[in-house]
Write a protein that binds this ligand. Structure first.
Ligand SMILES: [Zn+2]
Length: 78
């Protein structure tokens, strides 16, 4: 069993309005600010974590019963 729980509200003291998701990730960092770059790294890690969790949930879920048997067998092979 894996339990993950992280909740944080983080912002750069120099650029408090910088949001990696809305400001273009690393491309939106002003003046090479190291704090904003760290925020980008954390944001990307969060996106990857969300992707991996969704993938695991998808793989761990049984295929719908209305799917044809061949489709369910294909899903098991992955
Ligand atoms: Zn900054």
């Amino acid at each position: 069993m894996l339990k993950l729980r992280v909740r944080a509200n983080l912002k750069c003291p120099k650029h408090p309005s910088f949001d990696p998701a809305r400001n273009g990730g690393r491309g939106g960092v002003k003046g090479g600010c190291i704090i904003c770059q760290c925020l980008c790294d954390l944001w990307l890690a969060g996106e990857k974590l969300n992707f991996e969790v969704r993938l695991l949930v998808e793989r761990a879920s049984p295929p719908p019963k209305h799917w044809p048997a061949i489709a369910r067998a294909e899903l098991k092979r992955r």
